[in-house]
Design a binder for this molecule. Structure first.
Ligand code: HEM
Length: 484
């Protein structure tokens, strides 16, 4: 696969001009299949998924039937996605992948797949080469090996699974997902270009309403979903928006560069709303459509609420994300199905969100100590580079075009495939993987241990708990005597 990729996508070093649309189409077409007939053939050999079905009298019986995706394979793929996220820090681009597949939905068109939506059409170059999708070829390249490993699942399901898993793994809410989305089978079934939102329209609020109302979403959902920008960065060499790098992105994790909306851009929380509201840090991005959330009176109600109340944001985001992921989808079985365990997990209390990586240092280096801006020359990798090892790397083009070239960024990323894995994020102050704990963290742990009579230096004495149990039993006995 790496050779195929290298041959089709790595024609030149990064400073070359952006390839033409037809070159980008040809490159992506060489990599991504134009039909899923192979998948269908393989599916026949996979185990049909099982579903519970209500029968007369209200009892449940388990039936076997074919569905668009195999539930067992989806669950295994979910584990592989978690691993991918851990090693490549690609949470943001997976979320963008899912959103750009489903966000083409037009509720005014009844026929599938003309109506667009979550149907896997984004795998085709016809759609991948749309300006709004610049850079998403990198997401496809990261996820394609998982698709190859699990032929019994559809692209449409895989994109949405990857997106929801990325949100959850970044510390976001559990998304009440269902699966069984059917894939389109040919590039002719892709939606026309221009259905996704622009970042800087003439009237941002009106534009957001035009685009999201067309999808059947309302003001609350527009604001909640915009909160996904708590993750990720904008790169001038892709969308044309954002700075080439900031103090929050110059060290990665993953490939350095771009401009994030939040300080901890791999942690899903409500900081997006707080940061837009304050607009105090020039290193944080605010697109016109982001700013509109605090300017438009109706949007503002929700934006203010989410800035104050993270739980309210999580609840509304989870619902809106699930709805977004279903847009336009044709399900097989028609009602879709959930993955085992989803229900139980939903019932669990929401754990404190964990950042996908440790937070960056609170005090950025003074400007004088900052590295020279933007134009780092990229090492040129061998043609037969291994599969991508990092989430997208920005191409080092001196003057980026407003709309990025998918192949140009893929080129940069593939070169990165040959590069050594960079150290994740900033100086290791927190326990992450096998890193040494910071002194302050050690002190905190020690204090917690000592708080209940133990010590981190030696295991708790077993009779410590035993003594407590005897004391409790004695008290209970005395209480019962007094009561009688
Ligand atoms: C409201 C209208 C929206 C506009 C105008 C918009 C625009 C953009 C732009 C310009 C970028 C930068 C892309 C790049 O340069 O690589 C971006 C990135 C991103 N968008 Fe949006 N977006 C919108 C809504 C959404 C929604 C609804 C979601 C998800 C539910 C989303 C998720 C993301 C994520 C996660 C990234 C970061 C990708 C990365 O770091 O690779 N966006 N968006």
């Amino acid at each position: 696969m790496a050779e195929r990729l290298a041959a089709s996508l790595l024609p030149a070093a990064s400073p070359s001009p952006a390839p033409s649309l037809s070159a980008r189409r040809a490159a992506a077409a060489a990599y991504f299949p134009s039909s899923c007939s192979a998948r269908r053939g393989l599916r026949l050999r996979s185990q049909p998924p099982r579903f519970s079905q209500k029968v007369a009298g209200g009892s449940l019986r388990v039936v076997r039937c074919m569905a668009a995706s195999d539930a067992a394979q989806l669950k295994s793929a979910r584990e592989d996605i978690k691993e991918l996220l851990k090693t490549k820090y690609c949470h943001p681009i997976m979320v963008r992948l899912g959103w750009h597949d489903s966000g083409t939905y037009d509720k005014n068109i009844e026929e599938w797949p003309q109506r667009g939506g979550a149907d896997g059409s984004l795998r085709f170059d016809a759609e991948l080469s749309h300006g709004a999708n610049a850079g998403l070829i990198n997401a496809l390249k990261l996820i394609q090996p998982i698709k190859d490993k699990y032929p019994g699942i559809t692209y449409a399901d895989l994109f949405q699974l990857a997106s929801a898993t990325a949100i959850e793994e970044a510390g976001g809410p559990k998304i009440p997902m269902k699966y069984g989305r059917v894939d389109v089978t040919a590039p002719e079934q892709c939606p026309p270009e221009g259905r996704l939102p622009d970042a800087s329209p003439r009237d941002p609020a009106e534009h957001l309403r035009n685009v999201f109302y067309r999808m059947g979403l309302d003001d609350k959902e527009i604001v909640a979903l915009s909160g996904a920008h708590t993750l990720g960065r904008s790169r001038p060499d892709r969308s044309g928006w954002g700075k080439p790098e900031t103090k929050y992105t110059k060290d990665g994790p993953g490939e350095p560069g771009g401009q994030s909306w939040t300080v901890e851009w791999l942690k899903f929380d409500n900081s997006y709303f707080r940061d837009i509201k304050e607009q105090r840090d020039k290193d944080l991005l605010v697109l016109a459509t982001d700013a509109a959330l605090f300017e438009d009176p109706s949007f503002k109600v929700y934006a203010e609420k989410y800035a104050e109340d993270k739980e309210a944001f999580f609840k509304d985001y989870a619902e809106a994300h699930a709805k977004l992921s279903d847009l336009g989808a044709k399900f097989d079985p028609p009602e879709g199905f959930t993955l085992d365990g989803d229900k139980e997990e939903e019932a669990e209390p929401t754990p404190e969100p964990a950042a996908a990586v440790p937070p960056p240092p609170p005090t950025p280096k003074p400007a004088a100590a900052a590295p020279p801006p933007t134009q780092k020359p990229e090492p040129v990798a061998a043609a037969a580079a291994p599969p991508p090892t990092q989430e997208p790397k920005p191409a080092a083009a001196p003057t980026p075009a407003p709309v990025a070239a998918a192949v140009a960024t893929a080129t940069a990323e593939d070169k990165n495939g040959a590069a050594p894995q960079p150290e994740p994020f900033v100086a290791a102050k927190y326990s992450y993987g096998k890193r040494e704990l910071s002194d302050s963290m050690k002190q905190k742990i020690r204090a917690e241990y000592e708080g209940f009579g133990g010590s981190p230096d030696k295991p708790l004495q077993s009779n410590y708990f035993f003594n407590i149990m005897i004391l409790v039993a004695g008290l209970a006995f005395l209480t019962s005597l007094v009561m009688n």
